[in-house]
Design a protein around this ligand. Structure first.
Ligand code: NAD
Length: 496
């Protein structure tokens, strides 16, 4: 059985804490590794490595930094199949989906390759007589990235390529459930020529997270995970004076207006509801069927969802297992609760016959119709392959439900009416909106982030907001003295 360690000073580090956690293949239920869980001393050692590496890295030329980034990009592109296999083995998502995740991360690396342009400042000549002003953006120092289980490669890559490109050093704290991708990425950075200590991995749980939040050498924290932990991370990190962006959970609604193309809407609902077994923060978990479309739409969704092959992601399947047995049982309990509360179970994944080992954490696609907004299946983030359909009378009722929801990560509207679509994107209180697009994940050069309980902090991930998050601005006012500047003047400086 392999031991999964930390990464410090450009090499694996076993740590000194005896604590470990098992890592499991969700498609077989077999424990495949033992993860080292950091104690406080281990966390401090990893942070110290990032601190030591910072001064030299921040002063490394942009030309050299971008060469390393381009090399990292090339290696990742060449070897992405390897990373996708690692993701499937610990997360469970099917191979094509794992590859998709790597590709979306790769796009952020490509964006970060343009860092010289992204952090370029401005220059004003003769702001006052013979006085010039210029602005620069400088890195913050060692920064922490704390990531969730559901995108073990892409979510860390929303942050660390930009952080490193901008001259920061990084400590990545991956999820305990699928930690191996982080070490694979660390080795790739090493191969790309990144100096030791610029990218580090700290394996662990709350002990590691708390040290990252409290340690004064860590200057900023990018967190992604569930809402209660995001809120905690934001409060504790900012209380210590750190810059924090903490992306939380979601409950994404898809509104289907009566004029929509119902075949396209049904395809979209199935893809966005059941892709990655619903373990995506941008998954659609609620369809709001407006007016008379309900029966026909539900029939079309069910007809498609029935064809989904649930099974081992290394085989020819469409949807993998859930990440742990506990999570599988928790999601199944929401289906039980919805059924008891009066929702109709149109498709039941609880007894699915999966193409995989008997001990895999299987739950098939499930559709609940006539879901009430008081039911737990509607109010809670479930994070599984359960699509709820809520029937509403009109656009206004649909909009009110989306806007009343405490989460505001993603939403979509399906319609052929441009005016209705425009009104929706103007009125909806959600950070990422799709118009006939069910998973509106912005490209790397835009920023990713939700509103309300889906994000604590001011900055969204990647794009220009990501660049600003990992740098701080400085304005420099200069005057090269000549004899005409002599004399005392105690008044407040004024432009002449
Ligand atoms: P999680 O909150 O359980 O864990 C996220 C990270 O926090 C992990 O690294 C974990 O080790 C750490 N952590 C967990 N409990 C902690 C605690 N009490 N104190 C300190 N640290 C703690 O989330 P998860 O189950 O790994 O991921 C799924 C969640 O992430 C879902 O809620 C999903 O919506 C959310 N998510 C959000 C986005 C987004 O962009 N908004 C993206 C992906 C996932």
């Amino acid at each position: 059985m392999q031991t999964i360690a930390h990464w410090l000073d450009g090499k694996p580090f076993a740590g000194t804490s005896p604590a470990t956690a098992p890592v499991t293949n969700p498609a077989t239920g077999v424990v495949t590794g033992q993860l080292a869980l950091a104690g406080v001393e281990d966390a401090r050692a990893v942070i110290a490595s990032a601190k030591t590496a910072f001064p030299e890295w921040r002063d490394t030329s942009l030309a050299r930094r971008t060469q390393i980034l381009f090399r990292f990009r090339e290696l990742l592109n060449e070897r992405k199949e390897e990373l996708a296999k690692l993701i499937t083995a610990e997360h469970g998502k099917v191979h094509s989906d794992a590859l998709g995740e790597v590709n979306r991360g790769l796009e952020v690396v490509e964006f970060a390759c343009g860092v010289p342009h992204l952090i370029k400042g401005g220059f004003t000549e003769n702001a006052s007589t013979k006085v010039d002003i210029f602005s620069i953006r400088q890195p913050l120092g060692p920064v922490a990235v704390i990531s969730p289980f559901n995108f073990p490669a892409m979510v860390p890559m929303w942050f660390f390529p930009i952080a490193i490109a901008a001259g920061n050093t990084v400590v990545l704290k991956p999820s305990e459930k699928d930690p191996s991708s982080s070490l694979w990425l660390a080795e790739l950075w090493h191969e790309a020529g990144l100096p030791a200590g610029v990218f580090n991995v700290l394996q662990g749980d709350k002990v590691a997270v708390d040290e990252l939040l409290d340690n004064p050498h860590i200057k900023a924290v990018s967190f992604v995970g569930s809402t209660p932990v995001a809120k905690y991370v934001y409060q504790r990190g900012t209380a210590g004076g750190k810059r924090v962006q903490a992306l939380g959970g979601a409950k994404n609604h898809m509104v289907v207006l009566p004029d929509a193309d119902l075949d396209l809407a049904a395809d979209a609902a199935v893809n966005a509801g059941f892709g990655s077994a619903g373990e995506r923060c941008m998954a659609i978990s609620v369809v709001l069927a407006v007016g008379a479309v309900g029966d026909e739409l539900v029939a079309k969704i069910a007809e498609r969802a029935k064809t989904i092959k649930t099974g081992d992601g290394t085989r020819d399947t469409d949807m993998g297992p859930l990440v742990t047995r506990e999570h599988r049982d928790r999601v199944a309990s929401y289906i039980d609760a919805g059924e008891s509360a009066g929702a109709s179970v149109v498709l039941d994944g609880r007894g699915v016959e999966a193409d995989g080992a008997a001990d895999g954490f299987w739950l098939g696609p499930t559709i609940l119709d006539h879901v009430g907004t008081e039911m737990s299946v509607y109010t809670d983030e479930i994070f599984g392959p359960v699509l709820s359909v809520v029937r509403v009378d009109g656009y206004d009722e649909a909009l009110a439900l989306v806007n009343d929801n405490p989460y505001g990560n993603g939403t979509a509207i399906f319609t052929n009416d441009g005016g209705a679509a425009r009104r929706f994107h103007n009125e909806v209180e959600v950070g990422m909106v799709g118009i006939n697009v069910p998973i509106p994940v912005p490209m790397a050069y835009y920023s990713f982030g939700g509103w309300k309980n889906s994000l604590f902090g001011d900055s969204h991930a990647h794009g220009i907001e990501g660049v600003h998050f990992f740098t701080r601005g400085k304005a420099v006012t200069t005057r090269w003295l000549d004899p005409s500047h002599g004399g005392l003047e105690l008044g407040f400086p004024q432009n002449k």
